[in-house]
Design a protein around this ligand. Sequence first.
Ligand code: FES
Ligand code: FES
Length: 149
Amino acid sequence: MLELKVNGRSHQVDVEPDTPLLWAIRENVGLTGTKYGCGIAQCGACTVHVDGQPMRSCTLQVRDAVGKQITTIEGLASGGTLHPVQKAWVDHDVPQCGYCQSGMIMAVIALLKEKPKPTDADINEAITNICRCGTFQQVRAAIQEAAKA
Ligand code: FES
Ligand code: FES
């Protein structure tokens, strides 16, 4: 058994230490908001925060997340109040199919923590998540709104 701290709660997970964190989050902890896209750290659908840093959980082994604070999309809203980035997403109708959006939001929150007023170049550099629905324009607008919040 390994212990994972996810969204402020401890979970005992019965997995091999080299299991991708994504599987442990989805299958063992039961939080399915974080998605599997490519499995090779390219698309960003699986992005979570590990000790506040955006990480692609499809290629991070569980053993490397033990003892760290993991935050998933489910851990953002507090007491029914959306995180400002989630609210900007709603206001701008960003999601289409939605599949990439959990990872996108986690990446954006990490960007805004690092750079509260990001330029277009900052956004291009930090947000490498792939959206097959082409929501990039709305993503950019929502980032700028969240940056004003
Ligand atoms: S599923 Fe992890 S980056 Fe694509
Ligand atoms: S909203 Fe469909 S893949 Fe991004």
